[in-house]
Design a protein around this ligand. Structure first.
Ligand code: ADP
Length: 483
């Protein structure tokens, strides 16, 4: 299993249910295309409620035996899974780039993160401790034992088609849960590749199930089925709210990683080169299509013009093209809707006095020029909405107080970033920002060892870190009396 394989070896056009590969009822399929070329990459089943019910039944059947394994046994399986991901990293990264578009270097980084999350949770599986509580009564002992919640329904987006599954499969399996995962239809092949990897890692049949197809039908079953204990979702805030509403009827545990509207604040005392490098990295990674991408760049007036100049030059140096080409740093957007969305943000900004410093239009196909818009204002759409594309608005501000007010003036609270060399300001500002992730003089801060998750309408729960397993556990209190 360690001999080098190519990306085609991980292509599957079947659902992975109960340890077997099955087509959708009636054989309907969805085409998966390469966003850089429009060419076909593969096909996946267009499944719905019937197949999802089979997957839930398989996960339910596998749960008791899997939960009864020792933590060390489950950890061993997760370690084997992580080793397989690493062994086949280049093939998995190529598959990812072909279906999703990101530059190969970023795809390699994502696949590496997948292995890192799985390895982290392999380690955490062995550290799920309970508690004994000092008794308020004579003759009783109070014990708290964490137990796996049960079957988990996971719904994941297309922007990180591999690592978003790692963040859910890792803690679920570490805790002793079984899982039914539904990836996004734009990039479902990396998810089916997880089925190949789980099979080879010796993860028992039914523990991990993967269903592709109709989001509403699959999501409808996952959020309502009495045998599903928990929903974990990464995607837009709007869909997250729908799933929360649907899950309310059966009081499912819910973890939600939703949208962001990240401010990136550059104070006068910032190191200009660091701020420019951080802004480019945090804005243009994955062509701007991440929930932690900078959405609003606020620059203090004393450094503003120098920043806009240096930032625009750095943005012009990005190289657009197919992610498979050497040296490419900016891939295509995921689909036509995404390009139309980027065009609309630019048109709205122009109409309201925004100055396009560089870029501003589609180049060809699904490629959008990396764009910097100066003189951005609060009236423009991107001041309130997530851009999810390579458009960087720069707003000017005067005081720290003003920067904090505008930065926090959003219903979102996922990631934020700021640059300063003043120690007092670093502490003041990081504590005043209402965000789950804060980068101080850093533009890319995600790691499996730290908690990832949002405040406000950006979500519920945390992924990764020692906190990431908590959402997959129920705490059982047992009182031993009459002692
Ligand atoms: P994005 O903007 O990143 O595409 P979405 O929230 O639309 O975010 O999609 C994230 C995931 O949610 C995808 O797997 C998508 O298929 C799924 N999804 C979209 N609508 C629904 C729905 N009504 N019920 C369940 N899942 C859905």
């Amino acid at each position: 299993s360690t001999s080098a394989r190519g990306w085609r070896d991980f292509l599957r056009d079947r659902l992975y249910i109960g340890g077997t590969w099955v087509p959708a009822e009636g054989g309907a399929v969805i085409e998966v295309t390469d966003p850089a070329t429009g060419g076909s990459v593969g096909q996946v089943p267009d499944a719905g409620a019937v197949e999802t019910e089979l997957a839930v039944a398989a996960a339910r059947a596998a749960f008791p035996a899997f939960a009864a394994l020792t933590a060390a046994e489950r950890a061993g399986m997760l370690h084997r899974l992580a080793d397989l991901i690493d062994a086949h990293g280049p093939a998995l990264a190529e598959l990812l780039t072909r279906e999703q578009g990101k530059p190969l270097a970023e795809a390699r980084g994502e696949v590496g993160m997948s292995a890192a999350y799985i390895r982290w949770f392999a380690e955490e599986a062995r550290r799920v401790y309970g508690d004994t509580i000092p008794s308020p009564w004579q003759g009783r002992r109070l014990m708290v034992t964490p137990e796996p919640v049960g079957v988990v329904g996971a719904i994941t987006p297309w922007n990180f088609p591999s690592s978003m599954l790692a963040r859910k499969i890792g803690p679920a399996l570490a805790a002793g849960c079984t899982i039914v995962a539904k990836p996004a239809s734009q990039a479902p092949l990396s998810a089916l590749a997880w089925g190949v990897l789980c099979e080879e890692a010796g993860i028992p049949s039914g523990v991990v199930n993967i269903v592709t197809g109709d989001a509403r039908a699959i999501g409808g079953v996952l959020t309502s089925h009495p045998d599903v204990a928990k929903i974990t979702f990464t995607g837009s805030t709007e869909v997250g709210k729908t799933l929360l509403r649907q899950a309310a009827d059966s009081v499912k545990r819910c973890s939600m990683e939703l949208g962001g509207n990240a401010p990136f604040i550059v104070f006068d005392d910032a190191d200009l080169d660091q701020a420019v490098a951080g802004a480019v990295a945090s804005k243009f990674r994955n062509a701007g299509q991440t929930c932690v991408c900078s959405n609003r760049i606020y620059v203090q007036s004393g450094i503003h013009d120098r920043f806009v100049e240096a930032f625009s030059r750095a943005v012009e140096a990005l190289r657009a093209g197919s992610g498979l080409e050497e040296g490419v740093t900016l891939g295509p957007l995921i689909d036509e809707k995404a390009v139309v969305g980027a065009e609309a943000f630019v048109a709205d900004a122009r109409a309201k006095g925004g100055r396009v410093v560089t870029g501003g239009a589609r180049s060809k196909g699904l490629f959008f020029q990396p764009t910097v818009i100066a003189d951005a204002s609060a009236a423009m759409d991107f001041a309130h909405e997530e851009i999810f594309g390579p458009v960087a608005p720069v707003f000017r501000f005067e005081t720290e107080e003003e920067a904090l007010r505008v930065a926090n003036d959003t219903r979102y609270g996922l990631a934020c970033y700021f640059y300063t060399t003043d120690l007092g300001r670093a502490f003041r500002v990081s504590s005043a920002l209402r965000y789950g992730l804060v980068g101080v003089n850093e533009g890319v801060i995600t790691t499996e060892v730290a908690p990832f998750g949002g405040m406000k309408q950006s979500g519920l729960g945390r992924e990764g870190s020692k906190y990431g397993i908590e959402d997959y556990l129920d705490q059982k209190y047992v009182c031993f009396g009459g002692l």
